[in-house]
Unconditional design. Sequence first.
Length: 253
Amino acid sequence: MNSEHRLTPTTLQALDQVVEQAILNGLIPVIDEHDVDECQETPKSCAEKLHEFWSQISSRYAHRYPTAVYEILNEPGGNMDRDAWNALALEILKTIRAVDAKRVVVVAGLNSDDPQNMQMIDLPENDRNIILTVHYYKPFAFTHQGAPWAELKNSRHVPWGTRSDQDAVQRDFAAISRWARGRPVYLGEFGAYEKAGIESRAKYLAFIARSAELEGWSLACWQFDHDFALFDSDRDRWVAPLLRALLPSAPTN
């Protein structure tokens, strides 16, 4: 966005191309506002920009790309408390609904490392084109071992896969389902950093994916490439154990 909070034509044209290519390849594009740092640190300026962003996007796509989904904001939290986020989410939803009554909109709960402590979000009961989203990276000591930004750069060889590990996931997922109160859930992120052992990473991804599917949730793994990677860009190939963990019948070549 420029200094007047307007999305540039170049940006919008590039977004059109990405959305179109996703749809042509049988994917469901999620247009996600991802300014995590600003929105967690300075909620007021974030709110101003978020209004402008969704006003422009919802007007542009009101009669286009009906399978595309909007996600209002990635990981709200930090200095934005539950009441402030709930009010802002409702305001943005009204902005979208003013021009697009049926678009599927994804709304996050206030970002929390612990599903057992998730706070309710109050959304219009008569609006059923809303999906709730959560991210899941527990246990953090496993999923982020070796990650320098998580202050775990010296951590190694933390395994995952015991019955106790699995039971903890199931308790957390049950808590998420209670929090959702009957609305559909999108597990928008889950994964394990590349420093974890490949066998444990595969077990983790497989168990999370199958457990989410049993709950009836949609899901997206973090991430395609880089440091939680499913795809090895240097060798131009999938990381086979991880892809099979997510999609057991998928070809890996």
